[in-house]
Design a protein around this ligand. Structure first.
Ligand SMILES: *Cc1c(COP(=O)(O)O)cnc(C)c1O
Length: 404
């Protein structure tokens, strides 16, 4: 029964009417937000446990980020890279320092950062490693998610993401995730890079076996292959460290960053690497009209400054332990699997109970917004500004949903 006084049903209908159906959103229409909380068009409040797929690590409308955006909007918003603007140098230097790299190449979306990484690795392969023309290959993992462009979906192993979008870009080899021997065996003289998520987010927050990432690092070094870490979702505080690679002391040759880098305000992505790698690009060989624009740089510089304090990483690590304890308590009580790193969790619901989608609908009815991924898995990734009480509330609500 639909209550006529609610604006939500009509707003949901209108939204579905005028868009391609490339998403299946929960039937909720948000009109404002602050911190970890969303408010819908009927005034109902929800705790955000998705955080824009980690694009909102610092919460909705973080005051420092909003102030930077307002100030920049009043001065300068776009120059293109044909000219230099006064926000550019600070952003690139401070992000490079956060990453411990020499250089940064700013783009907009995550997929563009991945495309940039692929282009740079191939050029590096031909010009530095000496791979014969047109022969470069890149090793990727089963279950990967790196974005939606035609080249990126060419090496996806998710049929929904890939089917009917060919012809596919060649030059990629897929190996099982977490299997170091398989990865090492797939490398040949024409391999220029290994491209991996240090934790597979879309796959359900899948953490590889301990020792895998250091092993990949070693193999790449030994075989003169670039290790590209896609930290677009796992990076920038989400796991309790600046980068997910930090948990095992691993430093990749290239970081791919996005999502949280834009502070939930503007799309900002970047590739960070040393000059022996990123230096292969010369004028005219790569670019983006909006990449590194003044508004993006002003916001992202503040994001980097928030991260440079370490406060968010510490918060994520500490609150993540609370989240872990709460979720592990639900094993055997509706959950059959739990994976947690910082404030990032993949939960496998007993498929006999309900699907991930059903769980998310029931959570929504009780004021929690989360997103299912594959089948009966849901992912929790609240903004890092969430409080202990709010985590407890999320666990309590989840307990009720699983028991109902
Ligand atoms: C989201 C994501 C991307 C793609 O980012 P977009 O901004 O959506 O293009 C790439 N890699 C990973 C690991 C992601 O989570």
């Amino acid at each position: 029964m639909v209550d006529d006084k609610l604006r939500t049903p009509g707003a949901v209908r209108d939204a579905e009417r005028w868009t391609a159906h490339n998403y299946h959103p929960l039937p909720v229409v948000i009109s404002s937000a602050e911190g970890a909380w969303l408010t819908d068009v009927d005034g109902k409040r929800y705790l955000d446990c998705l955080a824009g797929y980690s694009a909102l690590n610092f919460g909705h409308r973080h005051p420092q980020l909003i102030a930077a955006a307002h100030a920049q909007l009043d001065r300068l918003t776009l120059t293109s890279r044909a000219f230099i603007h006064d926000q550019f140098a600070d952003f690139c230097r401070e992000l490079a320092e956060l990453c411990g790299k020499d250089l940064v190449l700013p783009m907009n979306t995550g997929a563009e950062a991945v495309e940039t990484g692929i282009k740079v690795a191939r050029k590096w392969g031909y010009q530095v490693k000496g791979v014969p023309a047109g022969q470069a290959n890149i090793i990727v993992a089963d279950g990967n998610f790196h974005g939606r462009t035609t080249t990126i979906v060419s090496f996806s192993t998710d049929e929904d993401a890939r089917a009917d979008f060919g012809p596919y870009t060649p030059g990629f080899t897929v190996v099982p995730y977490g299997d170091l021997d398989a990865l090492a065996a797939a490398i040949d003289d024409n391999t220029v890079a290994v491209l991996l998520e240090p934790i597979q987010g879309e796959q359900g927050v899948v953490v590889p076996p301990e020792g895998y990432l250091p092993g990949v690092r070693q193999v790449c070094t030994d075989r003169n292959v670039l290790f590209i870490a896609d930290e677009i979702q796992s990076g920038l505080g989400r796991t309790g460290r600046t980068f997910a690679c930090d948990h095992e002391g691993v430093v990749p040759d290239m970081y791919l960053l996005g999502k949280a880098l834009g502070g939930g305000i503007v799309p900002v992505s970047a590739v960070a690497a040393n000059s022996d790698v990123l230096g292969v690009l010369k004028p005219g060989q790569h670019g983006s009209t909006f990449g590194g624009n003044p508004l993006a740089c002003a916001v992202a510089t503040e994001v980097v400054r928030l991260l440079a304090t370490g406060e968010f990483q510490r918060r994520s690590a500490a609150l993540g332990e609370r989240l872990r304890t709460g979720l592990e308590g639900l094993l055997g009580k509706g959950l059959v699997g739990v994976r947690v790193r910082g404030l990032w969790a993949g939960l496998d619901i007993d498929p006999a109970l309900m699907s991930g989608r059903e769980a998310c609908e029931r959570l929504m009815a009780r004021g929690i917004l989360a997103k299912d991924t594959h089948g009966s898995t849901i992912r929790l990734a609240p903004p890092l500004v969430i409080t202990e009480e709010e985590i407890d509330q999320a666990i309590k609500t989840l307990t009720e949903v699983l028991a109902a």
